[in-house]
Design a protein around this ligand. Structure first.
Ligand code: SF4
Ligand code: SF4
Length: 132
């Protein structure tokens, strides 16, 4: 579920509103879109991936995370971590990620990455409700 949109970072491009398949956002004449239908989000992360300034945080949980530490998430860089992990850079599509479903399973704790994959191992081991 989408957790928050950083109004202070958003540049008002409305890409998230255009790309969201669930019509979660309402656009405004000026300023950032509003998360108007949070409960309709199905965590596809398209808004997170395409946002040019990494202003949207999405978790894979179906319900809003209680006591979400927004400042800690921003400070840790987790908002852009998923896009970087998949090989996206500033709204560019990845060159061809065939392991998307495997990585989602790793994020959910359903499957551990290969022991030799140090970076994905680290990400897997630090996962918590905020990271998800
Ligand atoms: S994660 Fe997907 S469904 Fe949810 S707000 Fe973003 S684009 Fe819409
Ligand atoms: S895609 Fe990012 S910068 Fe553009 S309107 Fe949405 S939150 Fe703001």
């Amino acid at each position: 579920m989408i957790e928050f949109l950083l109004e202070e970072t958003c540049v008002g491009c409305d890409i998230c509103a255009d790309i969201c398949p669930q019509d979660v956002f309402d656009t405004q004449a000026s300023g950032p879109p509003v998360i108007a239908r949070q409960e309709d989000c199905h965590s596809c992360r398209q808004c997170n991936l395409h946002c040019p300034v990494s202003a949207i945080h999405v978790s894979l949980l179906r319900e809003p995370t209680p006591d979400l530490d927004r400042d800690a998430i921003v400070a840790s860089g987790r908002i852009s971590a998923y896009a970087e992990w998949l090989g996206w850079r500033k709204g560019k599509a990845p060159p061809g990620d065939k392991a998307h479903s495997l990585r989602l399973r790793e994020l959910r704790g359903e499957r551990a990455p290969d022991p030799g994959d140090r970076v994905r191992r680290q990400l897997y081991e630090v996962r918590d409700s905020n990271y998800l």
